[in-house]
Design a protein around this ligand. Structure first.
Ligand code: FAD
Length: 305
């Protein structure tokens, strides 16, 4: 294992470190900047605030890699409560949810993940919302795309996520270009056998994939904070004759908020990915550990706008 990753994971696993991170004033500020809160009510407040400022939202209940049926059920119940609240507060028109299949039982069985994701999709549809199925590490890509294809038989607007760092992704983009697809760079530590490891190669592939999605008749969702890619996407979208409502930008809660506001003010659709839930500690430390570049990514956010 990469030594930086081992170090972060080992340190993060200590109770003393966990307590210090959870209570230190600076880290609490960091957490609150990147995580909307622990409860559905706090997630709703954050959503209302963003929507008031002209942004759309996709909400993620934190918690991955569930190997416990009851934990998967609790996740489903939280999503159902959240969707109810979004509907009741009139936020449904600007909101949707993002779901990690590993949080709803994928490690136990693909069928359980499909059943649980279907319950979330059904509730979302009832409230006038959509679901996007997050993409996790490459060992789950085929399974996730199979579940997605099943979900789309009943809910065709269910969103896919494709990761530009995977060598397979341009083919997947051609396959899915007629549908709702989020394109991101990818957040997991992947081997060179399946992923581009040179950041420049990843960026080049992001542009190739963006072109493929824009050429299709679907709805591409460009998830990146990278200023060059944001600009290239805008230029490519114009070249493909796309109107601002034909695609959207997506960024993470607390990351480049000024840029989110600027793009929205220019007339672009901008959706903010809002994570919430008690399992924020794992979210932050795993993000840092999975890919050392992410440590810089989070730290940079403290000093830049
Ligand atoms: P990076 O390569 O991290 O950064 C490129 C450049 O962007 C930097 O050089 C800098 O100029 C600028 N920049 C980046 N961050 C900052 C900052 N904080 N402040 C100022 N400038 C900055 N990954 C998955 O694997 N699966 C998913 O389902 C998934 N969903 C996502 C959903 C959304 C909405 C977003 C935004 C990301 C998602 N990701 C997902 C994470 C994604 O794959 C990347 O790991 C993450 O977004 C970092 O890549 P980047 O494109 O922002 O650029």
């Amino acid at each position: 294992m990469n030594p930086v990753r081992s170090l972060i994971l080992a340190a993060a696993d200590h109770d003393a470190v966990r307590r210090a991170v959870a209570t230190a004033p600076v880290s609490r500020r960091v957490v609150r900047r990147f995580v909307a809160g622990e409860t559905v009510a706090e997630a709703i407040d954050a959503t209302a605030h963003l929507v008031e400022h002209g942004l759309r939202v996709t909400l993620d209940h934190l918690g991955e890699d569930t190997a416990d049926r009851r934990a998967a059920e609790r996740t489903v119940q939280t999503y159902l409560a959240l969707l109810d609240q979004l509907h009741d507060t009139g936020l449904a028109v600007d909101a949707e949810v993002s779901v990690k299949l590993s949080a709803v039982g994928q490690a136990l069985s693909e069928r359980l993940a499909l059943t649980n994701a279907s319950r979330i999709c059904a509730a979302a549809e009832q409230g006038g919302m959509t679901v996007t199925v997050d993409m996790e590490d490459h060992t789950t890509t085929d399974s996730t795309l199979r579940v997605l294809a099943e979900l789309r038989r009943t809910w065709p607007s269910t969103g896919a996520v494709l990761q530009a760092y995977l060598r397979r992704t341009l083919d997947d983009c051609h396959e899915l270009a007629g549908s709702r697809v989020r394109l991101c760079k990818g957040a997991y530590a992947e081997p060179a056998s399946v992923a581009f490891t040179d950041p420049h190669e990843v960026d080049l592939n992001y542009v190739r994939c963006a072109n493929a999605l824009l050429a299709g008749g679907g709805y591409p969702m460009f998830a990146t904070h990278d200023p060059r890619l944001v600009e290239i996407v805008a230029e490519r979208a114009r070249w493909h004759g796309k109107a601002p409502e034909d695609f959207e930008y997506q960024m993470l809660y607390g990351v480049r908020p000024a840029e989110q506001a600027r793009l929205a003010a220019e007339g672009h659709v901008v959706r903010v990915y809002v994570p919430f839930g008690e399992q924020w500690y794992g979210y932050l430390t795993r993000r840092l550990a999975e890919r050392p570049a992410n440590a810089a990514f989070f730290l940079r956010s403290l000093v830049s706008r």
